[in-house]
Ligand binder design. Structure first.
Ligand code: NDP
Length: 455
């Protein structure tokens, strides 16, 4: 065999797995056909956060007047922002490459395809490996409606030459609400079209209600209970027809309607690797596919599609195969954030998920952040704890508000450790902060007991 390990895909999962395996002394090959660092670094989390930050300055410039500053807000230069973003992403991509070669992995720039269970064809060469990892990620999917190709997807959004002044976003998951916030903060008129009564299906109800309010407060025009039916072109303009017969004419339709595992044309069948009902690679809890020496991780398994999960899986597999330290990654209590303005962050169970298991004590607070009593900006914070009534363990923490992601990361440690409400209560707050509210939630808002309610 040419390699102990061959990794297909140089994204968060693949790079981490290759780098750590090589560090453990394995001979490692890794192939990437598009950009090192994958979706997160190039067309996902990282550039998205830079765009979110760009939007925030506009709000701060306006807020400053309440604090005595005279700041005249000029127009935003999208081209300059994208050029700065591109420079930063090129820098990061270079770091990813350097980390891999520094660790001793052999890098292949090109598409890798499985030829048989131990052979990969890449860049016109055939190489063999004892173990293979498929970490090819996912791609954004357009809905199956006429004219869908006239709309853009998130991959395109990072390379727009100019920023449209009028945008219709379709969907209300992570990507839809994040980009709605970005474009609105940079000055566009933004419409959000979604099928549910509230955005962010799957999130806690209080988060969803607060998100609806926050999007509206930002000036985003909401179209709940709406489905896209057809897109047509009228010159440079786009006309989105909705299921109820209404139409929206816009500069750009942006589909943020979910992502699919990237499994096409990889030779998975030839290698004996099966897919599950979601057309993602089927894996067990050791990340083994139906071919025991072939592993899959990250978005291509479509389980929890988050970069830190992918990197944790990559690291765990490398330690298990070559580090003499077999381990798995728990998919429980994974914190995540939605980088809207303000952001949402959450860890653990929603109230409904928890209350389906046991009666829960619920603590909710809503307030105007101190800064905005002076700035005058209509911006609210919502914080919530979901507590198992019997054990008093905090099983869920949810926040919409400034710095939510930074705050919930710390709270997540307590939740993962199994902290009780009493542990939160005996923790002294840091004053004055928003975060201190999590340790001063004295008054229970309600007890939710679904079993009792059903009686
Ligand atoms: P999500 O799965 O989060 O949301 C998809 C959205 O598209 C939902 O609102 C869904 O509506 C809607 N939708 C799906 N199909 C159709 C259709 N045919 N017509 C109309 N609406 C449709 O996907 P995203 O694309 O936003 O993100 C993909 C994943 O990437 C996320 O789930 C997350 O794991 C990850 N991600 C994480 C980020 C972070 O951590 N900050 C940022 C970006 C992405 P409905 O609810 O009705 O099904």
């Amino acid at each position: 065999m040419d390699f102990d390990l061959f990794v297909i895909g140089g994204g968060s999962a693949g790079v981490r797995c290759a780098r750590i395996s090589a560090g453990h002394g394995a001979s490692v090959g890794i192939a990437e056909e598009r950009h090192w660092g994958g979706t997160c670094v190039n067309i996902g989390c990282v550039p998205k956060k830079l765009l979110v930050q760009a939007g925030e300055y506009g709000g701060w410039a306006e807020d400053a007047a309440g604090f005595g500053w005279t700041i005249t807000k000029g127009p935003h230069d999208w081209g300059k922002l994208i050029a700065a973003k591109d420079r930063e992403i090129t820098r990061l991509e270079g770091i990813y490459r350097k980390l891999l070669s520094g660790a001793g992995a052999t890098i292949f720039d090109g598409r890798a395809v499985l030829v048989d269970p131990h052979t990969v064809e890449v860049a016109g060469k055939r190489v063999t490996a004892k173990n293979i990892v498929v970490a090819t990620g996912g791609y954004p999917e357009r809905p199956d409606i006429p004219g869908a190709d006239l709309g853009i997807i998130s991959d395109d959004a990072f390379y727009l030459k100019t920023m449209p002044r009028h945008i219709v976003m379709v969907g209300s998951g992570y990507i839809a609400v994040e980009f709605a916030g970005i474009f609105r903060a940079l000055g566009a008129e933004v419409h959000l079209v979604y099928r549910q009564p509230l955005p962010l299906r799957g999130f806690d109800q209080d988060v969803r209600e607060s998100m609806e309010e926050a999007l509206a407060a930002q000036g985003i025009i909401l179209h709940p209970n709406s489905t896209p039916a057809k897109v047509e072109a009228d010159g440079d303009r786009r006309i989105l027809a909705l299921g109820d017969g209404r139409t929206l004419t816009t500069d750009m339709v942006f589909f943020a309607t979910g992502r699919r595992a990237n499994v096409k044309g990889l030779g998975l069948e030839a290698a004996g690797v099966e897919l599950n009902s979601k057309h993602a690679i089927k894996v067990d809890d050791q990340l083994r596919t139906t071919q025991p020496h072939i592993y899959a991780m990250g978005d291509v398994t479509d389980r929890v599609n988050l970069t830190p999960v992918a990197t944790a899986e990559g690291h765990a597999l490398a330690d298990s195969l070559f580090g003499g330290h077999p381990r798995t990654v728990s998919l429980r209590n994974i914190p995540s954030a939605v980088f809207t303005t303000p952001p949402v962050a959450t860890v653990g169970l929603t109230e409904d998920q928890a209350a389906a298991l046991w009666p829960v004590d619920v603590y909710v607070t809503r307030f105007t952040p101190m800064r905005h009593n002076l700035s005058g900006r209509a911006r609210k914070t919502m914080m919530k704890l979901v507590v198992d009534k019997a054990t008093q363990k905090v099983v869920g923490a949810h926040m919409l508000g400034e710095d939510a992601a930074e705050i919930i990361q710390g709270i997540a440690i307590a939740v993962v450790m199994g902290a009780t409400k009493a542990d939160f209560d005996r923790t002294i707050g840091i004053h004055p902060t928003a975060a201190e509210e999590f340790v001063t939630l004295r008054t229970r808002t309600r007890t939710t007991d679904l079993a009792k309610a059903a009686e």
